[in-house]
Design a protein around this ligand. Structure first.
Ligand code: NAG
Ligand code: NAG
Length: 135
C-alpha cells in the first residue's frame, strides 16, 4: 500500500505537475561522468548527456547552484561537457536536460550525478582538505 502510494507520488512529481513548462513528451536523458565521477583535485572530467533524439540542445545544471548553466548544441544524440581544473567547490549534484528544435521546451531532467572531488593528494594538505577533516 505504502509502496503504491509512493510510486504514484513519484510519478506525479516526475511528470512535473508543479512546473507546467516541462515537456512531458520528452523522456529524460542519461548523464554519466568520464572516466569517473570521482575526480582528483585540479583534475578534469567529462560529463556526457545522452538523449534518444538527434540534433538537440543540451544543458548541464547543478543542484546546489541554480545560476550554473552550460548549453551545447549537438547534431548527434549526446554532448560532452568538459569540466577542467576541478576544485572542491565544483563537487555536487549535476543533471542535464535537452530540447529539440520542435519542442522548444526542456525535457525532463536526468537522474542526478554526484560529482566528487578528491582531497588534495600532493601530501601537503590543502586548506579544503583540512576543513573537511574537522567536520
Ligand atoms: C585538463 O584539461 C586542460 C584543458 O583542456 C588540459 O590543459 C590539462 O592537461 C588537462 N589535465 C589533465 C590532468 O588531463
Ligand atoms: C538540425 O537542426 C538544424 C536547425 O538548427 C537544421 O537546419 C538541420 O537540418 C537539422 N539536421 C537534422 C539532421 O535534422
Amino acid at each position: 500500500m505504502l509502496t503504491e502510494f509512493l510510486s504514484l507520488l513519484c510519478l506525479g512529481l516526475s511528470l512535473g505537475f508543479e512546473d507546467e513548462k516541462k515537456n512531458e513528451m520528452l523522456p529524460k536523458p542519461t548523464l554519466s561522468a568520464l572516466p569517473s565521477n570521482m575526480v582528483e583535485h585540479r583534475g578534469n572530467v567529462s560529463l556526457r548527456c545522452q538523449s534518444h533524439f538527434q540534433n538537440v540542445t543540451f544543458m548541464l545544471g547543478k543542484l546546489q547552484d541554480s545560476g550554473y548553466r552550460q548549453e551545447q548544441r549537438s547534431t548527434g544524440h549526446e554532448a560532452e561537457f568538459l569540466l577542467t581544473h576541478l576544485e572542491p567547490k565544483d563537487a555536487g549534484m549535476y543533471f542535464c536536460a535537452y530540447k529539440t528544435m520542435v519542442s522548444q521546451e526542456w525535457s525532463e531532467e536526468s537522474e542526478h550525478l554526484w560529482l566528487q572531488v578528491k582531497d588534495n593528494d600532493d601530501g601537503r594538505g590543502a586548506p579544503a582538505a583540512k576543513k573537511c577533516k574537522i567536520i
